[in-house]
Design a protein around this ligand. Structure first.
Ligand SMILES: C[S@@+](CC[C@H](N)C(=O)[O-])C[C@H]1O[C@@H](n2cnc3c(N)ncnc32)[C@H](O)[C@@H]1O
Length: 260
């Protein structure tokens, strides 16, 4: 099933907001120090504000942009009365409609886009000191301890297809390779490791936060899927408790300094 850009995560937003891991204070601090407190930052593919909400306390303004209304609604709900964020429906093809911004951050969202086109457009829109920051798991991120078990259930339900942008799937190029051959070729990276506890509900909720097993993909089979995942997980690990190691990478990209 091919979903449109504003329905990739149909019905996933509440699960995403509740069960996807946050990036942790050190990663947000790293972004805040990189951007500076006087800056306006575009969070492109903001989801429910995983980065936008904590970052908004540290910079002048965040433009939180996403094509998915449900994600934006979840973000507005979580942000409450906190100021400093503008929630905007849009995507990587509507950058020129936005108010000016100094820097861009993309958390687990760049793979959905036509990456070279986005970087070329950002080269026209960002000021000379503008930074493009990517935040997400490292390539070497350890596999989630429950993944082999859940993958078998996804196979049974035929919801195992990862659906990133065609440019990502066609070339298989990693983000850093795309950046290194773009105008933003000066790269710097930092890694932040966390050990997070998960219970059964959290592991199940996480599955419903993924695009490929989002409620809209499962449709009327959602409850059957949830039950099958629950049974498989408990059969493999009757304690219903897991620890997951996550390593978040903050990859920053700048233009090379101009020769005088
Ligand atoms: C995995 S979520 C990441 C949310 C959040 N940035 C985070 O780090 O947790 C990916 C988000 O990218 C959005 N997205 C998908 N295609 C996009 C595009 N072409 N332009 C901008 N955002 C897009 C989706 O709607 C989704 O909310």
């Amino acid at each position: 099933m091919v979903a449109s850009v504003d329905d990739l995560f149909g019905g996933a937003a509440p699960y995403y907001a509740k069960y996807r891991s946050r990036y942790g204070d050190p990663a947000i601090e790293h972004l805040a120090m990189t951007f500076g407190q006087d800056s306006t930052v575009l969070d492109l593919g903001c989801g429910p504000g995983t980065i936008a909400i904590p970052l908004s306390r540290r910079v002048r303004q965040v433009l939180a942009v996403d094509p998915d209304e449900e994600m934006l609604a979840e973000g507005r709900r979580l942000a409450g009365k906190a100021g400093g964020i503008r929630w905007i429906k849009g995507d990587s093809t509507t950058l020129r409609d936005l108010p000016p911004f100094d820097h861009v951050v993309m958390g687990r969202s760049f793979h959905w886009m036509d990456r070279r086109a986005v970087l070329a457009e950002l080269d026209e829109l960002l000021p000379p000191h503008g930074v493009v920051a990517l935040v997400g798991p490292t390539r070497e991120d350890p596999q989630e301890p429950w993944e082999p078990v859940v993958r078998r259930v996804r196979d049974e339900f035929a919801v195992n297809t990862f659906t990133a942008s065609s440019s990502f799937q066609a070339t298989g190029e990693h983000h850093d390779e795309v950046l290194a051959t773009s105008p933003f070729s000066v790269l710097d990276r930092a890694h932040y490791e966390e050990h997070l506890p998960y219970d059964l509900d959290a592991v199940i909720g996480l599955q419903l936060s993924y695009s490929y097993s989002a409620p809209a993909r499962l449709g009327a089979r959602k409850e059957a899927f949830v039950e099958a995942v629950r049974r498989a997980l408990l059969a493999a690990n009757p304690s219903g408790r897991w620890e997951r190691v996550t390593v978040t990478e903050v990859l920053t990209a700048r233009r090379p300094p101009r020769s005088p």
